[in-house]
Design a protein around this ligand. Structure first.
Ligand code: GN1
Ligand code: MG
Length: 365
């Protein structure tokens, strides 16, 4: 057994199902945490996750957020006669009654019930499916509208503070820890040309023109479980970054990840296009579920959210490439750079289709 295996077996053994494990296998495609599916001899399934402690400095605070949010949602679902064990994550307790396990290396692990007969799709298989994810994230935000936001820990400070992400990119350029700076002149120029844009949302927030909400902040398609039989959205998952934020963050991150014709790391940019039909479909789902509660400024700045979330994650990939791939998991040396180029390409296409994007949201005013 390698070290990793020793530790995931140690973590799994800390749970009540520890004595009846049939198999532990890698699960899902996240860039940050390590995820495993635990199958038991009696057919029960659990999702075991190692929380990345480089990315999340206070895993205990994450778990406090997640316990609070999932219990809050569960109560609402139960009151509506819905099945809370499918509609939200259920975090399992260790044998000694804790919400997480700390292994012999001091690393944090958690377990959730696996929600059966559902699929996490990396990319929507149809516009209809993408719309369904929009409705799920819109509903998620509505359900948390009266959550006591001041009790939430900021699990990653300044997570979607785009000007701060720009500054972090400038730091990475200055430090050039990986010695790769000479490869990225065009990408740096691309980001710097959009420096002023970075501040649009944060300025409106600081001026009191956009309200702070409780948001998910990582709203990709794969973070909504889809029912295998009905095609309905069952549950929003990956709650590590649930924090106070702007509606435009959630809307925008879904668009950047999903309103595209190719994977986030597709290197052949002739295959990568911002897809206006997918954009329309998502907008219909999201605003159908969350729209009534939104102000005119919130609705008008949704396209800005789409562009800035795309630019921002592109800058994050680029900064990580320059820092030597310390944050995102990578499969090959240029992976982060390829992701950055892909996201910047989408930004450019959004700029070209800007009037159409605005027209789509303005129809909801
Ligand atoms: C990370 O771990 P994953 O794949 O859910 C990242 C997101 C990025 C995304 C890019 C905590 O999400 O912000 O948008 O990669 N999560 C964190 O695919 O940084
Ligand atoms: Mg995530």
């Amino acid at each position: 057994m390698n070290k990793k295996e020793v530790l995931f077996r140690e973590a799994a053994a800390a749970y009540p199902f520890g004595g009846k494990i049939a198999e532990i296998a890698p699960y899902g495609g996240g860039h940050i945490n390590d995820t495993f599916l635990v199958t038991c001899t009696d057919g029960e399934e659990y999702v075991l996750q190692h929380i990345n402690s480089y990315v999340f400095k206070h895993p205990d605070e994450i778990m406090e957020n997640i316990m609070g949010v999932t219990k809050f949602i569960a109560e609402k679902l139960t009151a509506e006669g819905r099945d809370a064990t499918r509609g939200t994550l259920t975090i399992c307790e260790t044998t000694d009654g804790k919400d997480f396990y700390v292994d012999s290396d001091g690393e944090f692990w958690r377990v959730a019930l696996n929600i059966l007969n559902t699929t996490a799709f990396d990319y929507a298989e149809s516009a209809e499916m993408f719309k369904t994810s929009g409705a799920a994230f819109g509903e998620f935000q509505s359900m948390l509208a009266d959550y006591p936001a001041d009790t939430l820990h900021e699990t990653i400070p300044h997570f979607h503070d785009t000007p701060d992400r720009f500054r972090q990119l400038e730091d990475a350029i200055r430090d050039n820890k990986s010695g790769r700076l000479e490869n990225v002149a065009a990408e740096i120029e691309f980001a710097r040309a959009r420096r002023a844009d970075c501040a649009i949302l944060m300025d409106l927030l600081n001026e009191g023109k956009l309200p702070l909400k409780v948001t998910h902040n990582d709203t990709k398609m794969s973070n909504v479980l889809i029912d295998n039989e009905t095609g309905d959205a069952v549950c929003v998952i990956d709650l590590d970054t649930v924090m106070p934020g702007l509606t435009a963050f959630d809307y925008g991150d879904s668009i950047r990840a999903g309103a595209t014709t190719a994977a986030e790391d597709e290197v052949d940019l002739s295959k990568v296009h911002f897809d206006l039909d997918l954009y329309k479909a998502y907008t219909e789902g999201f605003l159908g579920a969350a729209g009534k509660a939104l102000t005119e400024t919130e609705i008008r700045t949704l396209p800005v959210g789409a562009k800035l979330m795309t630019l921002e994650v592109g800058m994050r990939f680029l900064a990580d490439y320059l820092n030597g791939d310390v944050y995102f998991k990578t499969k090959y040396p240029q992976h982060n750079l390829d992701r950055a180029r892909n996201q910047f390409h989408l930004v450019k296409e959004m700029e070209e289709k800007w009037d159409d994007m605005m027209a789509v949201v303005e129809a909801y005013l």
